[in-house]
Design a protein around this ligand. Structure first.
Ligand code: NAP
Length: 282
């Protein structure tokens, strides 16, 4: 079997068109959706992410601004910026690019974002709502994973799913989304015993670890759907995922490539969340 490749780039382009149409409707009513992206320090990867997020947003007609603070900024100054953005009626969505420098507490910053402007879905109110099965804003990467599962056409209800990685940003919300969709979910992490056996039993695999090719192709159940969130840079500068792609593609029914799978959909889901925020509380 050779897996169908789930083209996140093409799906994201479609989502962007839909977002642009919703933005046009809002603008006709005199509302310009506003997105504020906060970047602390000069981590090159974070700077690239922020640039691409604001560029995508502007292409859809969203008024996107980035707010840069030096790496040694104090917690108080960062909090003051977020509080100012929280009160600004022209800003509908606020995203603080993570990770923050070590001396800053991300939880305090996220708590200061009003839940109805939390387009990254990280505020405890939004994560709590997701856990209760009444989600408002859901973190963009797991939401992108769900859209890619939708593209694969896989039946989620009753399916056995494994999520590898339990971060608040990706793995945990992905497991909650799958649970809410009636999949039977196993959430794995660095302390999990017998990972290969758990993966081998799963009809759906979401890998969000950050370890190049940790998930071996031979573990994949024939006919499974594989969503690879991982982004790992090899010594020769190539990007590869958490799944051993070529071998996994021999067994899976559908698989996301890295790059070109989850990444573009993460960006597209941020645009969707932003326009939803501007349309009024969902
Ligand atoms: P993270 O916060 O570092 O979490 C990694 C998770 O993997 C943790 O739960 C950790 O377990 C688990 N883990 C580590 N080693 C393991 C092992 N040997 N076996 C099983 N589980 C293991 O990372 P993250 O923010 O979730 O990101 C994960 C990956 O996705 C990274 O490569 C990141 O770059 C990528 N990412 C991609 C996108 C995108 O748009 N494509 C967006 C976000 C992240 P413990 O909890 O026990 O430590």
């Amino acid at each position: 079997m050779t897996a169908r490749v789930l083209d996140g780039k093409a799906l994201a382009a479609q989502v962007k068109l839909e977002v642009a149409a919703r933005v046009a409707t809002l603008r006709a009513r005199g509302v310009t959706p506003g997105l504020a992206v906060v970047l602390v320090g000069d981590d090159p990867a974070s700077a690239v992410y922020v640039r691409s997020k604001t560029k995508d947003a502007r292409e859809c007609g969203i008024d996107a601004g980035d707010h840069r603070l030096p790496a040694d900024v104090s917690q108080a100054v960062l909090q003051a910026l977020v509080t100012r953005l929280a009160a600004d009626p022209a800003v509908h969505g606020i995203l603080v690019q993570l990770p923050l420098p070590k001396h800053l507490d991300p939880d305090q910053v996220i708590d200061a974002i009003p839940p109805h402007k939390d387009v990254d879905g990280l505020h405890p109110d939004n994560l709590g709502r997701l856990a209760q099965g009444r989600a408002r804003f859901v973190a963009c990467t797991p939401q992108g994973c769900m859209r890619l599962l939708g593209l694969a056409g896989v039946e989620l209800a009753g399916a056995s799913a494994v999520v590898i990685g339990r971060s608040v940003l990706v793995g945990r919300p992905a497991a909650l989304l799958l649970t809410n969709a009636s999949a039977t979910v196993t959430l794995c992490h660095s302390r999990t015993h017998d990972l290969s056996e758990i993966v081998a039993a799963a009809e759906i695999v979401i890998a969000a670890v950050g370890r190049a090719e940790l998930i071996r192709g031979a573990w994949i159940r024939p006919g499974a759907t594989v969503i690879d969130v991982g982004i790992n840079r090899t010594a020769d500068g190539k990007l590869i995922g958490d799944v051993e792609y070529a071998a996994a593609a021999e067994r899976a029914a559908a698989i996301t490539p890295v790059p070109g799978g989850v990444g573009p959909m993460t960006r597209a889901c941020l645009l969707e969340n932003t326009v939803t925020a501007a349309e009024g509380e969902p």
